[in-house]
Design a protein around this ligand. Structure first.
Ligand SMILES: Nc1ncnc2c1ncn2[C@@H]1O[C@H](COP(=O)(O)OP(=O)(O)O)[C@@H](O)[C@H]1O
Ligand SMILES: [Mg+2]
Length: 576
């Protein structure tokens, strides 16, 4: 699983390899320094080699310590370069992958969870890498080197370590196996906290409008408290490692001093060797602890890494790999042939059933139906935001799956029901429709969408800055900007999904009139709540519960369709 992420290192791979190299060199020096200290005592002081020997060895010690420090600093720097590069590599890769997702893929993960994966989980993966290339290399090397050196100095005295190491290792292992599930639980709570925060911030206006502050506060506090409790539980066990380490260290020191002291008295060992030995005790036990800690970190990051890999492994539902890049949409005709659709790919849960419908190029089609009657679902199939479950959908005489998505969606412009604007100027936003649009084209599109007048009434006109999501324009203005943006694509098919719901009837009418004058031959599909918005369409489709209940002109439907008549009468009453 971890292997899958290695390519994300990219050009930082060399740092990931240099880090352990520096670590090993640092360890070698760290292990050698106590030996020099032993020599100073054995040869320099007790052996009577004199002050010049002591000074020379001392200088060597200082040099080695400095060198060790350099390697330590280098390994730290390389590890930081490797791990930050790794994190940014994963982020770009995951982000790129998400861009290839269809709506269905995104529905499956949910945006909140994708954000957590891109942030917290990537941080954990980054931490895991640092741990692996630094600590997980350093600790075992240190343990092995020091043990070898200790045994070489005095094998019998080393028995003290060799007896204590398994006991300590077992104790650490017990702590970790108990703490691991608690850490995993803690990560789950972290997810909940993130989810609560994201949901609240995305919908902060609704929260305020409904005066849900206290409720939201309570919800968040609960999530935060849960996290704290889980964290406390996990840490409670974990803090035991430090005192345990010290206990082991002091025990070893006492034992080594006792046995070593006796050996020195009996003449079986030199005092300097005992000094060296004592330094090794802390090094050995410290590495033991580091091994267990890095083990925990790697294991904790497992959950995060698997969540990242899950995103990377997801196959985009909608792919156009086998499509002919040359094939473009020739005209705006649309044919539904026995189309059925399910959001969950389940025959018993069909949202659209057996839709048969032919739309000629240039026709204007209105769609009327109650909420949840699958109006949005029906039109989303045309630019292939979702794929049909059964049947065929032809655009310009070819199955939509034959086209490259870009070619298809360039020809099919859809203004979504809850459409978004992005931070940037109005002009920037409009150019999403066509990056090369001239100012004249932009103005024409805006006039057709009845947006030109309100845009020029802003002091900055087309250069007015829009906040994230277009927060600083009204709902109706946002809708008109979205229509203008869609028009700029010069599409063959224009789909307006309830796109004028927030504008007044007069503006709605002027948009429709302007569209009729300018669009010339564009197939237009208008989903609306108001009969008046669709009454002048060539044909109107009445959708009911995922099926086409009636098709006809306004006059025909008033005679033949009970649903249409009822909607019409209720809206007339409202007017009266
Ligand atoms: N992304 C989705 N995942 C699952 N079910 C969905 C999704 N979007 C809509 N639905 C369901 O499909 C049905 C039709 O929805 P929709 O096409 O949005 O209706 P309309 O636009 O007519 O109000 C509804 O029952 C709705 O719950
Ligand atoms: Mg809808």
């Amino acid at each position: 699983m971890y292997k899958k992420l290695i390519p994300c290192l990219g050009k930082y791979k060399k740092y990931a390899l240099l880090t352990p190299l520096c670590v090993v060199l640092e360890v070698v020096l760290d292990v050698y320094i106590p030996i020099l200290m032993g020599r100073i005592i054995n040869i320099g002081i007790l052996g009577g080699a004199g002050i010049s020997y002591v000074l020379r060895q001392g200088a060597l010690m200082v040099a080695m310590a400095l060198l060790a420090m350099c390697f330590g600093a280098l390994s730290g720097r390389f590890a930081a370069l490797a791990s930050t590069g790794f994190a940014s590599g994963i982020r770009s890769k995951v982000f790129e992958k998400i861009q290839s997702f269809s709506f269905a893929n995104i529905d499956k993960f949910s945006p909140a969870s994708l954000i957590t994966r891109l942030t917290t989980d990537v941080n954990n993966a980054q931490m895991a890498l640092t741990t692996v290339i630094r600590i997980a290399v350093r600790a075992p090397f240190m343990l092995i080197f020091t043990t070898i050196m200790a045994v070489r100095i005095n094998a019998r005295l080393s028995l003290v370590f060799l007896a204590v190491i398994p006991v300590m290792a077992a104790a650490f292992a017990i702590i970790i196996t108990k703490a691991y599930p608690l850490f995993i639980k803690m990560l789950g709570k972290f997810d909940k906290l993130n989810a609560s925060l994201q949901e609240n911030l995305v919908a902060i206006r609704v929260v305020k409008a409904f005066v849900r502050r206290d409720y939201e506060n309570e919800k968040f506090t609960k999530a935060a408290t849960d996290l704290m409790v889980a964290q406390k539980k996990a840490e409670k066990l974990f803090v035991l490692t430090m005192p345990l380490l010290q206990l082991g260290m002091y025990f070893c020191m006492i034992a080594v001093s006792w046995f070593g002291g006796n050996l020195i008295i009996a003449g079986g060992m030199q005092a300097g060797d005992l000094m060296t030995f004592t330094s090794y005790i802390s090094q050995i036990l410290m590495s033991l602890m580091m091994i267990s800690v890095s083990f925990v970190m790697i294991v904790i990051s497992r959950a995060s890494v698997s969540r990242i890999v899950e995103v990377l492994d997801e196959t985009p539902d909608i792919s156009d790999e086998n499509a002919d890049p040359e094939l473009t949409v020739s005209d705006g005709s649309i044919v539904f042939e026995n189309v059925s659709f399910s959001y969950v790919n389940d025959k018993s849960n069909l949202i659209l059933e057996n839709i048969n419908l032919g739309i000629k190029s240039g026709e204007t089609i209105g769609i009327i139906g109650g909420t949840g009657s699958a109006k949005t679902t029906l039109v989303q199939l045309i630019p292939r935001l979702y794929d049909v479950f059964e049947g065929r959908l032809l655009v310009g005489g070819r199955d939509v799956r034959d086209y490259k998505l870009k070619n298809l969606r360039d020809a099919v412009s859809m203004v979504l029901q809850n459409n978004e604007l992005f931070s940037g100027t109005i002009r920037d936003n409009l150019r999403w429709g066509n990056e090369n649009a001239t100012d004249v084209e932009i103005e024409t599109a805006c006039r057709a969408a009845a947006a030109h007048n309100f845009i020029t009434s802003f002091p900055d006109g087309y250069d007015t800055w829009l906040g994230q999501g277009g927060v600083n324009v009204s709902g109706g203005q946002k809708q008109r900007l979205c229509i203008a943006r869609a028009l700029l694509k010069n599409p063959k098919i224009l789909i307006l999904d309830d796109s004028t719901s927030a504008v007044d009837t007069a503006t709605d009418l002027s948009i429709r009139q302007a569209l009729r004058e300018t669009r010339g031959g564009i197939t237009t599909i208008i989903i609306a709540q108001r009969i008046s918005s669709v009454a002048d369409a060539d044909r109107i489709i009445v959708l009911d519960n995922g099926r086409i209940s009636d098709i006809g002109t306004h006059e025909e439907l008033l005679k033949t369709s009970r649903i249409y008549r009822e909607v019409f009468e209720s809206q007339q009453k409202g007017v009266a």
